[in-house]
Unconditional design. Structure first.
Length: 185
């Protein structure tokens, strides 16, 4: 993957997606702002070169020491990898599913090791658009309303960690708020 991007945080009033209240690319400011809504954000080393078409085990093995430390700290029970390369067919249904506001009964943890994707966190009357890139670790607390945009032609690899053996289980809110905010692309 060749995409270069910068982690970006934009904060909007939940009722006014046309006005940006805050925009920053400073990692420390992003972490401090997100900490205010209970979200963990860190910049990690993501310097392993992954071969084209790397499978789940190859990706996990490349980042084993970082993952094991997080598993030890937080007690995650399982992990997987979501990897989409440019031109992957039939991604639109997956994108649409993630674009609906939802929440989980456990933390949603992602370590981006390639590419980018945007988490939109809906909390305290605000929407926090967090564009995550290679090296970003984000942990969205259980119960936090959010959605995710991978873009129209996604290119990213993220390691996902779960407390729930079932993996990704969403509880959709039915709120159409996501349709009013800028998408990743």
């Amino acid at each position: 993957m060749t995409m270069t991007a910068t982690t970006t945080l934009r904060v909007y009033d939940e009722k006014n997606p046309n006005e940006t209240l805050l925009e920053t690319t400073e990692a420390e400011r992003i972490a401090d702002t997100l900490r205010g809504i209970g979200v963990r954000f860190e910049r990690w080393a993501a310097d392993a070169e992954l071969p084209k078409g790397a499978d789940q085990q190859t990706v996990i093995d490349a980042y084993r020491s970082s993952i094991d430390a997080l598993v030890e700290e937080c007690g995650y029970a399982t992990m997987d990898v979501i990897r989409l390369e440019l031109g992957t067919p039939n991604t639109e249904p997956m994108r649409k599913k993630f674009l609906d506001e939802h929440q989980h009964s456990e933390d949603e943890v992602r370590f981006f090791v390639e590419g980018r994707g945007a988490f939109y966190l809906h909390a305290k009357g605000r929407v926090y658009q967090t564009i995550c890139v290679k090296g970003d670790l984000i942990s969205v607390p259980a119960g936090t309303k959010h959605w995710f945009d991978m873009g129209s032609d996604p290119e990213f690899t993220a390691i996902r960690l779960f407390n729930n053996q079932e993996g990704w289980v969403a509880n959709f809110t039915g709120d159409k708020i996501a349709s009013g905010f800028p998408t990743l692309d």
